[in-house]
Design a protein around this ligand. Structure first.
Ligand code: G3D
Ligand code: MG
Length: 182
């Protein structure tokens, strides 16, 4: 009797947000348990594959970290295709990067309207103020998972990617649309 190898489902996930919020550092911390202080500027796309264990089995994530510069928009859009979930990443020490999340969401939804999303506040190890607009974003985008991370210390990073894997694989379902019908 031969045992068929169980194929592990693969999901494409995107890390999006302004330049320097820590997207590449988060992927590197998760995949290689490394953090580098020196600049690791993403020129085009960084891409890594990593297996993630969920309570009911393994999934593989292909993690895409696309350069955030405005002039790169057209190329970025072609990389969004086929993505199952996206982490909208901002820098907890920079309000501006949070204010831009809506723009990032619009950009990816134009290409993948059904993409599942989560919000990640990175650089938790740095001094930061609270974000007055966080409530507004979450009122508009109800039931969006939110985690705070530090790519530097590793805090919250496994939790972030486990959530992303659950979203991508449909283990967290989007809230039921209110249609007014019973
Ligand atoms: P990006 O891929 O979103 O553009 P990077 O961001 O991962 O290239 O990170 C941008 C800068 O922020 C890098 O510093 C990196 O070391 C730093 N960084 C990323 N994550 C964290 C974090 O959690 N905490 C702290 N303290 N710094 C972080 P440089 O100085 O090289 O620009
Ligand atoms: Mg990068």
């Amino acid at each position: 009797m031969t045992v068929e190898p169980v194929s592990i489902p693969l999901y494409k996930v995107m890390l999006i947000g302004d330049g320097s919020v820590g997207k590449t550092s988060l992927a590197r911390q998760f995949c290689e348990h490394k953090f580098e202080e020196s600049r690791i500027l993403t020129i085009g796309v960084d891409f890594q594959i990593k297996k993630v264990e969920l309570p009911d089995g393994w999934v593989k994530l292909s993690i895409w970290d696309v350069a955030g510069q405005p002039w790169f928009q057209v190329v970025r859009e072609s990389f969004y295709r086929g993505s199952a979930a996206a982490a909208l990443v901002f820098d907890l020490s920079s309000h501006e990067t949070f204010d831009h999340l809506d723009g990032w969401l619009q950009e990816i939804r134009q290409v993948v309207p059904q993409v599942k999303i989560m919000v990640v506040g990175n650089k938790k190890d740095l001094e930061h103020q609270s974000h007055p607009n966080i409530g507004a974003f979450f009122q508009k985008e109800t039931s969006v998972p939110y985690v705070e991370t530090s790519a530097k210390t590793g805090e919250g990073v496994d939790e972030m990617f486990t959530l992303l894997a659950k979203l991508a694989s449909g283990r967290i379902l989007p809230p039921v649309e209110k249609t007014g019908q019973v």
